[in-house]
Ligand binder design. Sequence first.
Ligand SMILES: [Ca+2]
Length: 139
Amino acid sequence: MKKMNPIILQKVAQGAKTIFSNRIVLIVLAGLLAYLFLKKRIKKVVRKISENQFDKNETQNPNILAQQYRSAANPSGNKWMIDWDGTDEDAIDRLAYQTRGRLESVTDAYSQKFDETLTDRMRTELDNDDFQNWRNIVT
Ligand SMILES: [Ca+2]
């Protein structure tokens, strides 16, 4: 690259100075930055709200929670296998938080759907510590 003429450089610098000292330009730049900054924040807030909404919708129905407990306790899907087919502990942990504050409606739904209580089922599926942990979360 050729060396620039010092006078041109000076003029360019002067021009830049003029542009950036221009109030309107500064205001527009600040506005643009604020917009870019807020755009991200607004998007984040909107996403959070819709996520919360989704979580609520998903957990609104105790029947669905009861069914999800059953699936976690009975991964094979075969009823006669329920005591031997292991336990999806991660799912139960997730469900515990969704059950919080609505244990009664979920246990009611579970007993109606399946011929046992949810608490008995959890005691069977989980070891002592995990069962205690589950109790602590849901109550
Ligand atoms: Ca099982």
